[in-house]
Design a protein around this ligand. Structure first.
Ligand code: PLP
Length: 469
């Protein structure tokens, strides 16, 4: 028997080029966050040391992808790179038709416009900010049908992204299937903490929706990460490749919106995929209005090439093991220090439970927003609020939505940071945790109308302001 307790994995790549980052002092950071209205979205990136704002468009491309940029065919119509992208989508996802868009929300806009009529109900496994907004702008009403476990940050359920079929059934009974154009299913549900949906659940959902003639549209932004969790956790999938699981997930759906900025390892890009030829034609016509011709849809030829290559790299088993492995490493460091985080550890980042971290700050004083600002002040790491600010206001009542989960997201870009960076992050979170009792909440002093979390500004409550001097 081997005497080794464990065998470590490491990244399946080596580093060819580095990007230097600025180191800042606490005084510089205090000034920067104040100028940013205590909103990490409004910081200048050059003032950030480790940027965990998002995994969106922040991944490191491979040498193959960079080489792909040089193969850009920048023709207005029928670019070679479009056909390469189309071939990748067909090969790895299996959809019949694809329309490029500048990023995921471009696809959401078009999908919502061609599928949703005023007063329609669109069930989904938890909302996503841009997805829900486009559904609402098209006249739809979003209804959350995720399982209850997803709203409990400590529940260890392995597939907290699953849809509660009873909730969905109740909606079908209440409104009638004709009022439900499709169910929007997200893979590794972002706002639940990067939690996957199981294949079993998708199969059952397919059966139920088929019976009622309701379509399933995938928000497939992080599908490869979801597939990895299925491989690790779901019986019968242990021996299947991430690529095979990805394709099976898609096979239970009718189409998808995709942000290439996540799984697909590019800085910009997205697409809408559809199996229905009539709907595809409608969408191809509409894309001309909002994005560009249907063979580039707001993307440069070179970007379509890089995305086609990134799609292939994203479903590689070793890549996924290192990707999720790094996230789990950071999560375990935080768990050891007793930091309240969403469990199980999710796919694209660690989600700190700000209600538990700062129990003395009421939700309408923005505990997660406050914590994100404190982490920046402590070490220059930039995180993001995913709580009451992100949830926005109920258009009917005008009051805040009060989401059960009030989270700070430490999102890990793909192939960008090292294990030493993960250690620095964990130590900073621990340090803020030790001093948490001194932290006071904030009030919102500027609130934009749409997706307010991007641009809202805050002021520290008097106690905190005094402390910061
Ligand atoms: C990022 C994201 C989107 C939107 O994609 P963009 O490329 O940012 O427009 C949609 N859904 C989910 C779950 C996302 O994470």
């Amino acid at each position: 028997m081997s005497t080794l307790k464990k065998r470590s994995w490491a990244e399946p790549f080596k580093i060819k080029m580095v990007e230097l980052i600025k180191m800042t002092t606490r005084e510089q950071r205090l000034k920067a966050i104040k100028e940013a209205g205590y909103n990490t979205f409004l910081l200048r990136s050059e003032d950030v040391y480790i940027d965990l704002l998002t995994d969106s468009g922040t991944s490191a491309m491979s040498d193959e992808q960079w080489a792909g940029l040089m193969l850009g065919d920048e023709a207005y119509a029928g670019s070679r790179n479009f056909y390469n992208l189309e071939a990748a989508v067909k090969k790895y996802y299996g959809y019949k038709h694809v329309i490029p868009t500048h990023q995921g929300r471009g696809a959401e806009n078009i999908l919502s416009q061609i599928m949703i009529k005023k007063g329609d109900v669109v069930p989904g496994n938890m909302y996503f900010t841009t997805t829900r907004l486009h559904q609402e702008l098209a006249g739809g009403i979003f209804q959350d049908v995720i399982i209850d476990e997803a709203h409990d940050s400590e529940n260890p359920h392995p597939f907290k992204g699953d849809i509660d079929l009873q909730k969905l059934n109740a909606l079908i009974k209440k409104h009638g299937a004709h009022k439900i154009p499709y169910v929007c299913v997200a893979t590794t549900v972002n706002l639940a903490g990067g939690q996957p949906v199981s294949m079993q659940n998708l199969k059952e959902l397919r059966k139920l929706t088929h019976k009622h003639g309701i379509k399933i549209m995938l928000d497939m932004t992080r599908i490869a990460e979801n597939a990895y969790f299925i491989q690790q956790r779901e019986k019968g999938y242990e021996k299947k490749s991430v690529a095979a699981i990805v394709k099976e997930i898609c096979s239970y759906t009718d189409g998808a919106t995709f942000s290439g900025k996540k799984d697909a390892l590019v800085n910009i890009g997205g697409f809408l995929a559809l199996n229905d030829t009539e709907k595809f034609e409608e969408a191809s016509n509409l894309v001309v209005v909002y994005e560009g011709l249907h063979t580039y849809g707001g993307m440069a030829g070179r970007d379509m090439e890089a995305m086609a290559i990134g799609i292939e790299e994203s479903v590689n088993d070793d890549h996924m093991k290192a990707r999720i492995g790094q996230v789990i490493y950071l999560g375990e460091q935080l768990q050891k220090a007793g930091i309240p985080i969403v469990l199980p550890i999710g796919g694209h980042g660690i989600f700190i439970d700000a209600k538990k971290f700062l129990p003395h700050i009421p939700q309408n004083e923005f505990p997660a927003q406050t914590l994100a600002a404190e982490l920046y002040i402590d070490s220059g790491i930039r995180s993001m609020e995913r709580g009451i600010v992100s949830a926005g206001r109920n258009a009917q009542t005008g009051d805040h939505y009060y989401p059960k989960l009030e989270l700070v997201r430490l999102t890990i870009p793909r192939r960008v940071y090292t294990q030493a960076h993960m250690d620095v992050i964990a130590e900073s979170v621990e340090h803020v945790y030790e001093n948490r009792k001194k932290i006071a909440g904030m009030k919102m002093v500027y609130e934009p109308k749409y997706l307010r979390f991007f641009q809202a500004r805050f002021k520290q409550k008097p106690a905190a302001a005094k402390k910061a001097g």
